[in-house]
Each structure stands twice: as C-alpha cells, then as structure tokens.
Design a protein around this ligand. Sequence first.
Ligand SMILES: O=C(O)c1ccccc1NCC(=O)[C@H](O)[C@H](O)COP(=O)(O)O
Length: 256
Amino acid sequence: MLEQLLAGALEDANTRRRERPYADVETEALRRPAPLDALAALAPADHVKVIAEVKRASPSRGDLAEIAEPQALAAQYEAGGASVVSVLTEGRKFKGSLADLEAVRKAVSIPVLRKDFIGDEYQVLEARASGADLVLLIVAALPQDRLVRLHALIRELGMTPLVETHSEEEVARAVDLGAQLVGVNARDLSTFELDRDLFGRVADQIPAGVIRVAESAVLSLSDVQHYRAAGADAVLVGEALVTGDPIATLASYTSV
Ligand SMILES: O=C(O)c1ccccc1NCC(=O)[C@H](O)[C@H](O)COP(=O)(O)O
C-alpha cells in the first residue's frame, strides 16, 4: 500500500509539473517569506505539544469529516493550543490538496506541515511554494540516498523535515541522517495495524536533543498520557480532532 501511495503521489506531482514547471515552482519557493521555526515551536516543554492534523479521509478509515474550510479548522487548532498544523495534501485517498495547505498557511501563525508521500525534489519545492514550514519524509518509502538528498533540500530551503519511522532500523536510519525531529508512527502504513507501544520501545534510540513525536492512534486523553510517559515531546493527532470538538480536545491533550 505504501508503494502505491507514493507512486500515486509522484504521478500527481508529475501531472502538476506539466502545468507548473520546476523552475517556476523553484522561483515561487524562493520568493516566499522565510519558514517559521518548527523546532522552536515543538521544543520540549512541561507539557506535551500537539501537531493537529487536517484529515478528511484515509485508506484505513475511509471518510472521516467533510472539512469544507480547512483554514477555519486550522484557526480552531491554533486557538486550542496546537503548536503545528499538519495538512494532508494527498488527493487520492486523503482528499487533500496543496490548496488546503495554502489556505491554512494564510489562516494561522504557527508552523504548517506538508503531510504527503514525498519522493522527489519537485514535491519539496511545491511544499515551500505553498507556504509549508515542515515536510514529512517517510523512511520506509525512501532509499537512504534519496532520503539524504530530500532531507538536505528541505533544510536548505529553511524548512524542517519531520522524519517518520516505524521500526528500530528506521529510527537508526533517521538518526544517521542527523534528523532533529523524529516521528514514530504507531500505524504500519502497509497493513494499517496500530501499535501504541512501538514509541516506547524505540524512544531511547533517539538521541537527547532530538525532538520525539508520537504519531497516530491518539483517540483519548489516556493515549496522550501513554505516549508522554514513554517520552514523547509531541503527539500528532488527526482523527480524534476532526471527529470531535477540536478546541476542547486540544485543551485536554495539551494539559498532559
Ligand atoms: O491514516 C491512515 O489510514 C494512513 C494510511 C496509510 C498511510 C498513512 C496514513 N495516515 C497518515 C498518518 O500518519 C496519520 O494521518 C496521522 O499520524 C494521524 O493519525 P490519527 O490520529 O490516527 O488519525
């Protein structure tokens, strides 16, 4: 499934590239105001930070929420105390778009993450041209040489890579890369199985000074407490926020 998602995302990027060539997107990316400092926004604190996701649908859960105005939801996330907004820009299975990212960027003053299946430089430039401050890189989807190249490009553009892992081996690859922001996704992106204990098993492998994000499977306050007890500096939450009351949910999660 992960290979299919990546192949689809790259095919869609190639279609957009025919309309908007690489050089044009590069120019737009370089003209943007500097990205916001996501590492400062997610720095360890006396409470857990929340990366709040705009998520309409997903392969594992189908349709989750209508979200006609992602910018309005993102503004609620900021008001509720989120540190970063994650915007799923993949169109086929998640019903997201770069237009969502642009709209959210205009509506909030906290950093914004482009969450997608990133496999080439063009997608990174598109992220910056649309106002992203962070870009997701999924270790399982990329050979190490491409991971290194994309990680370097994201940083050259002033953005922050969120390097997502799902095993001890992948955490080791993220650490080798010098990643400063490492996510551990409880969801296996091929089988969709959830393992909330994975974060606790690998967290010690992530060096001190690197920000640790527990991703997925937060459906209640006790899930946040579980991740926090295992050493999470931040949690990334989608479903619970788009299907519940985002402001009340964030107030309770950020109190942990
Ligand atoms: O959510 C999915 O079904 C999914 C399937 C395949 C690849 C990625 C997928 N989700 C992306 C994410 O990592 C989550 O949207 C994110 O971590 C939030 O998860 P949750 O709070 O469980 O909605």
